[in-house]
Design a protein around this ligand. Structure first.
Ligand SMILES: [Fe+2]
Length: 285
């Protein structure tokens, strides 16, 4: 699709585009906001370059896409408690958002949209990978689609299967972010269908990750794990993914219902600072 108010340059065959020429401080340009929503629907991930956004600006952009959501595992910013600073200092090893996932699926109503704004980016590395979960679902065999139809997953914040340890262990290694609730993580648990249907388009997407899907409902963890791992591995097939590069002043918006992402931790010795806001709580169906 051609857009009138900005230029969209696709960055992968499956999903993702860089957006040039938009102005996110211009709230009067109704066409631009309509087209940004269309671009998000077309590409699922849009990396809007060349934006200078204060926290208040980012919050205002967020509200155009839905009501802001609280993130339970890091203290928010004083003026914008729903907004979280994501920082990895030069001396740190652990980063935030590593491993493939959709944001906060352990909530009863996970956010439909995530917006990440880059304040400071490393000179190289620190890219984010995305996977198109609609495409991942479409490319499953008819037999497997039948098998997982109607199956519910139990989503946990405990990160029990995270390589290197659970959430408490992960939080202990994060030094410069105000992480909270580490010991209560197992209490954050919700059940959702592992194949969800987009409310507007009716298209189905896989909704399952090795990181957050603890088990399938009415199955043991041992029985579930190979199925969950297989679906996760299938979803991150290179042909279903794209890679977003960052520069300071970039707002990347993604449809959290239809994608997974993974923050690559390949920039030790350099600093990266982002601001994260999620909006549009929605019960997966
Ligand atoms: Fe994330």
């Amino acid at each position: 699709m051609m857009y009138k108010t900005f230029e969209a340059r696709p960055i992968g065959g499956a999903l993702g585009a860089e957006i040039y020429g938009a102005n996110l401080k211009n709230f009067d340009n109704a066409d631009q906001w309509k087209e940004l929503q269309q671009a998000l629907d077309e590409f699922l991930v849009i990396a809007i370059r060349g934006q200078e956004l204060s926290p208040a600006d980012q919050y205002a952009v967020g509200k155009r896409f839905g009501n802001p959501c609280f993130y339970p595992f890091a203290k928010g910013m004083d003026d914008f408690p729903e907004m979280t600073r994501i920082v990895k200092e030069a001396g740190e090893r652990e980063n935030f958002g590593n491993d493939w996932h959709s944001d906060t699926p352990y909530l009863a109503e996970p956010p439909s949209i995530t917006m990440l704004y880059s304040v400071e980016t490393p000179p190289k590395g620190g890219d984010t990978l995305y996977a198109n979960m609609q495409k991942a679902y479409d490319e499953l065999s008819p037999g497997l689609k039948k098998m997982i139809s109607g199956v519910t997953g139990v989503f946990s914040a405990g990160l029990k299967y995270k390589p290197g340890g659970n959430r408490a262990a992960h939080h202990k290694r994060i030094v410069n972010m105000p992480v909270t609730n580490s010991e209560n993580a197992d209490a954050f648990e919700s059940k959702h269908p592992i194949v969800r249907t987009h409310p507007r388009t009716g298209k189905k997407a896989l909704y399952c990750s090795a990181l957050h899907t603890l088990r399938l409902d009415e199955m043991t963890e041992r029985e579930s794990r190979p199925i969950i791992n297989m679906l996760n591995d299938h979803a991150i097939t290179p042909e279903f993914t794209c890679r977003v590069r960052w520069e300071p002043g970039q707002l990347t918006i993604w449809d959290n219902r239809l994608t997974m992402h993974n923050a690559i931790n390949d920039y030790h010795g350099t600093r990266r600072e982002m601001r994260r806001l999620t909006v549009g709580p929605e019960k997966p169906v």
